[in-house]
Write a protein that binds this ligand. Sequence first.
Ligand SMILES: O=C(O)CCC(=O)C(=O)O
Length: 244
Amino acid sequence: MSGVMDIEAYRRDGFTVVEGMFTADKCESFVAYMMDLQAGRRVLEGFAARAADEWGRTHNQHWYDPVAHQWLTNPELEEPLRQCLRDAPEGIQTMYFWVGSEQGRHQDQFYLPGCMSAWIALQDVDVQNGAMLVQPGSHRGRLLVSADLAEGGEFAGWDYNEAVDAIFQRNAVEEVAVEVRQGDVVFFDGVLVHRGGPILAPGSFRHALANHYIAYGLQEWPHVRWPRVGFDGGERHYPVPQAG
Ligand SMILES: O=C(O)CCC(=O)C(=O)O
């Protein structure tokens, strides 16, 4: 049976894991589908053919793939997301990872203002295959924005990830590895400082889908050409894109 959302932990730590939201069968079927796409055994319009050793993440696969779209709007996710956002959630981004990202420290709201994540483990994930590392409570701290890196900003001329490293040091809280089981979902705040941990077992898979959401009421949304996908199946563009 699926676990329950610990909303207090989410508010306090900036993340929480809901265990067993998806069955092994459902996860395995998505993994097999993605392995087929990667290997070219299945062809999908919009999914570019890949070299045998190309495992880079997909970006916004739900724009052209009904399977990824369904995973973005899995009904099980709606209520936990609504609790976190205190509003109806709208899906705005998907990223599929076959392997760990080893991505540097960052905050998702730098790229996607107002967002939060539902990160779905499609297999067991631990420090061997590149678990995410998160800094608990950092969502209550400073969000680095582009103005900080621009002329006159506190981190003018800095590399983005190095600037987030500096915020991480200032927060002075140790990061933790989020080790989860297949079918678990990590809900996390878009200001949380996190990164893709090192892959200690080279060549290992780490199948995961990172879904990003914003609140229906969010008005200051810069990616106006990206559909805001509701759990009722509807899509909208808001603010309305200007012609040209
Ligand atoms: O899955 C990972 O390794 C990193 C994911 C991540 O950073 C994100 O979803 O923002």
